[in-house]
Design a protein around this ligand. Sequence first.
Ligand code: GLN
Ligand code: ZN
Length: 763
Amino acid sequence: SFLSFLGVIGHFEGRTLLVSTAFGQSTVLGYPRIGGNRELKKAVEAYWAGKIDADALASTAAGLRAEVWQTLRDAGLSAIPSNTFSYYDHVLDTAVAVGAIPTRFTRLGLSELDTYFAMARGVDAEPALELTKWFDTNYHYLVPEIGPDTIFAANPVKALSEVAEAADLGITTRPVLVGPATFLLLAKGEDPFARLDDLVDVYAQILAVLAASGVAWVQLDEPAYVADRTPEEIDGLRRAYRRLGELTDRPRLFVATYFGELGDALPALLDTPVEAVGLDLVAGPGNLDRLAAAGPLAGRTIVAGLVDGHNIWRTDLRAAATLGGRVAALADHVVVSTSCSLLHVPVDLAAEQDLEPQLYSRLAFARQKVDEVVTLGTAVRNGTGELPAPLPPVPPAWRHDAVRARLAELGPQDRRRADYATRAAAQQARLNLPELPTTTIGSFPQTTELRKARAELRTGAVDWPGYVERMRAEVEHVIRLQEELGLDVLVHGEPERNDMVQYFGEQLDGFAATEHGWVQSYGSRCVRPPIIYGDVARKAPMTVEWSTYAQSLTHKPVKGMLTGPVTILAWSFVRTDQPLADTADQVALALRDECADLEAAGIKVIQVDEPALRETLPLRKAEQKAYLDWAVGAFRLATSGVADDTQVHTHLCYSEFGEVITAIDALDADVTSIEASRSKMEVLDDLAAIGYGRGVGPGVWDIHSPRVPSHDEVVESLRRAVAAVPARRLWVNPDCGLKTRGYAEVEASLRHLVAAAAEVRGI
Ligand code: GLN
Ligand code: ZN
């Protein structure tokens, strides 16, 4: 099983390309494109701000691409991807490559680059494409808008020019595109998938152009097939790749899948002439049995995703090599790869100076994972003799026996409160709230001064007491503003929080923060997820001083504000040596103690945010119930230790909630505030349909947009809400926290919100 390294000559823009037809033994499905110091973010934002021109942006981008290709080559990788760079998002790039630019953007008459950014970010006249989660990662892609009228047209320029750019550096690459079936399954519009055959024609044209330029391999990503798909959708996959496979002038086809098991789509894909199939053997270990059951794989290359692209732990190289050996026994040719693109992990562990050695030695970021892939590629081909044994996952110092003992003793009573009627009566007696109480979700604008204060604390320019003083001044300002506006349940505004997960991670045992561990979330937005490496334990109260200070300033109730266990896990890198459910319960115990301390300090309302409840939902239906059981269980463990007359709120956003609506009910929060303004309050019908009978605050103001909702709009939303939920259970609040907004919009919008509530109360 050895492919020859025969050279093929191709041409692009008059240049001659020397292209190898061999895949070799190691590759990655993609690599971070933001740069080690977020150079791309800085350049793109400078371009948007008019501080640099398109040429300057292009040259930064070219530099970043060159650095990635050279890094991958120098690491010894035998096959290198290209077209994995993006100014904003690779799904948007694919939309451009197939000409799927909605006319509402083409008619703006902007340059190509600015049309692209208009689709990504919107312009005054046109809202952007919708942004949504990329499978079960924290990356967000732009949703293509495809309808019966979409005119597809091949535009292979970006893919070709990246190949040519790499070739100029002497590096042969394999361009990557989102595959046609996944592209349509990710799109929205009137039955996008019905356009598959038209779209495949355009892919055929792209492939022909790439082949004519000497491109030997193309990678087409079809991750949509690791989720449940209908027989028609699986047929579509087969049809698409048969058609593309039958082309005479085309590069070899590598269809990559990732984030789980392919299931019935694997035999369908193997029923086509594609030369290589990529399988995620980390998130989808069952792919191996499927492959074994698939029958002869003669002439086929299997790209085995053995190194986790979705988490930051070092690979157990021995175990991975054994797995690779099993694949090698089944297939003609095996290439070792990452389980998915390395887009989802930070760039380089070597940049971290402050991680404790025990932890550092257990981590691998993108750059280190490339080395692992190279090592495994050789090992799978030549035998596994030299590989190091893995380190034990959790050294004794990271264990917390007290936390483990507590968890072992938990029973059902630790996740249960009194019945809602009893609680509601006790809470109303204590809080004495009006009908349609008004509140906000927690954060107030994160002003430049606040960010500056935090930066100064980091550099030592301001000391802790000085910092606290500035934050307290902000809390006081936020409390006074809310009193002046006439809100009923107040918040302290979260000025002290850099991020709703990081803030807790920094204070809990078992969490580590990185200095440079940035990961692209969407566009120029990057996040630095904490690493949960050991048992989680609370060292001391985390929020009590801020909340009690805020409460001391007002007679109105101030909500304590915590981030829930599921969201803390979802936005961190998690340990893989124990079930997620156990880690969630450890976090929940820390939050339970925090709730008890808040309550003891006189806080009457506590909100525990779970915006990520829906986004961590497993892609396959069969796995969803088990997830929701532990997710709900952890939330209840965190929140059920309080007295009947302490009111527990939760907050959910960033998604549609259809699939988790019964789980939302099962959280048993007294009040659920939920994103609703963009979906016109539809979530209230869904909640009514399952008999949800506790407090609910559907967002009446879309805080994702700087637009101030008018008084009448809020009244209209509220009237729609009152039709679906009895007024005594209805709360009035925005869709989400206000940290990204400015004070001018916040004041005006909240004024409208309070006045609208008063008007609707009147009837
Ligand atoms: N309490 C948080 C805030 O207001 C909630 C943020 C969120 O839902 N993402 O900022
Ligand atoms: Zn929110």
